[in-house]
Ligand binder design. Structure first.
Ligand code: SF4
Ligand code: SF4
Length: 412
């Protein structure tokens, strides 16, 4: 297990207790356990927020969501702005309850990485108070912020039904919150063998982040309402110290060994290794090698698009494969989701000269100009928008390049 100095992502719960008290949320479990295991501080101060943020790598993802509505904390907007100005990628999941027009003015220019809006339901499963003030803020938000999707714990409430974009409504999908909700309404999970956390969306899998409670207690993730895994305290400890602790080591060991009792063994976010997209890619490449003319793949569940086959052909016909771009996306996914086992790159490269000639898991990062020395080279640009790097590679006469999303798209 490698120890990193700073966190690659962090989720904040800014306050203990959520007024929404949703039917599908184990708030009572959290409050009961916090009374026993927390130190009594129920609201995160701005000073402690800044202190903990410093322990997160620059440019990494910071999520404002956790186990309570973030705007219950009066300093939420200020914290969001501060984190954004510091260069972090911001995810906000909010109900807008307790958000004011002043808060809106503070956050309206933030370019959110993801903005998820939890909206009221007719059944009252989430206890919204739909006041004129709430609706005013709601309209301002949906008209000026790019909402990624709307979540709702029932039928969309008539007061907001005509204000949202219907194609962004995600529908109701109650989950058992890693076993913290126990009733026949919920599907149960018990993944076996080696597992990986793939929480996120179909298009953006793998966003594991430990969740920090207002007193600094760092629990495994936003599913850990029972505070089963207290990794440490981020106000008092460094991330390196926390990783060296017994609970973090237990979590890591538990991902490999299903006899160790970790929360993930009851969670829908855990994926058995054999079902990871990267494992499927590996098997599909083997199938394609043994029969280059096939269009249907057992490991991918049947027939696939010609474009996807062409991408796979590029991978199997390359003698050298370079992953270009070792930034955030690479750190979040390449090894974490085992893409290294499907893609099998033997070279890394990046425009950042500070990492040239350094190794990551035994593979050297070379300066881009050295790429021309490799024969039968396929370059996989590992970033969301690769237009500049594509041009750079074309200008060097390196035309055989694809983007990592060309590979991800094989699976959705
Ligand atoms: S689901 Fe979200 S809004 Fe509802 S009670 Fe839980 S934290 Fe609050
Ligand atoms: S798989 Fe584990 S770490 Fe990931 S969300 Fe579930 S409980 Fe949390």
């Amino acid at each position: 297990m490698s120890i990193s100095e700073k966190l690659h992502s962090l989720e904040f719960t800014l306050q203990l207790g959520c007024k929404l008290n949703c039917k599908f949320c184990p708030q009572e479990t959290l409050i009961r356990n916090f009374k026993l295991k927390g130190n009594g501080i129920t609201r995160l101060s701005y000073e402690n927020f800044k202190k903990c943020l410093e322990k997160v790598e620059k440019g990494a993802t910071v999520t404002f969501s956790g186990m309570a509505e973030p705007f219950h904390n009066r300093e939420c907007a200020k914290m969001l702005k501060h984190a954004y100005k510091k260069g972090y990628k911001i995810i906000l999941a909010t109900t807008l309850v307790d958000m004011t027009l002043e808060d809106f003015e503070i956050i309206k220019d933030i370019e959110f990485d993801h903005f998820i809006l939890h909206i009221p339901d007719e059944e009252g499963n989430s206890k919204f108070l739909i006041t004129p003030e709430y609706l005013e803020v709601f309209k301002k938000v949906v008209n000026s912020i790019d909402v990624e999707y709307y979540s709702c714990h029932g039928t969309v409430h008539h007061a907001v039904a005509n204000l949202i974009k219907k194609d962004k409504y995600a529908g109701l999908d109650p989950i058992n919150r890693a076993g913290n909700l126990k009733s026949e309404e919920y599907q149960t999970y018990s993944p076996k063998g080696k597992i990986t956390c793939i929480v996120g969306t179909d298009k953006e899998k793998g966003k594991w982040a430990p969740s920090m409670l207002p007193d600094g207690t760092l629990v495994l993730c936003c599913m850990d309402y029972g505070m089963k895994h207290i990794l440490g305290n981020l106000i008092n400890q460094s991330w390196a110290e926390i990783q060296a602790g017994e609970e973090y080591k237990k979590y890591i060991a538990g991902l490999e060994d299903d006899t160790i009792d970790i929360l993930c063994r009851q969670c829908n976010g855990a994926c058995e290794e054999k079902n990871l997209d990267s494992t499927k890619l590996k098997r599909a490449l083997e199938e394609l090698k043994s029969n280059p003319n096939q269009t249907s793949f057992q490991s991918l569940g049947g027939k696939i698009e010609e474009d996807a086959i062409n991408i796979m052909k590029k991978i199997i016909s390359a003698r050298n494969i370079c992953v270009f771009g070792l930034g955030k996306l690479f750190r979040d996914k390449y090894f974490v989701l085992s893409w290294n086992k499907g893609i099998c790159a033997n070279i890394f490269s990046d425009n950042n000269n500070e990492i040239w000639n350094k190794e990551t898991n035994g593979i050297k990062c070379i300066p881009p100009n050295e790429l021309t020395e490799y024969k039968d080279l396929l370059i996989i640009t590992h970033m969301k928008n690769d237009s500049e790097v594509s041009k750079q590679l074309d200008d060097m006469g390196l035309y055989n390049h694809i983007n990592i999303y060309d590979i991800y798209r094989i699976f959705y």
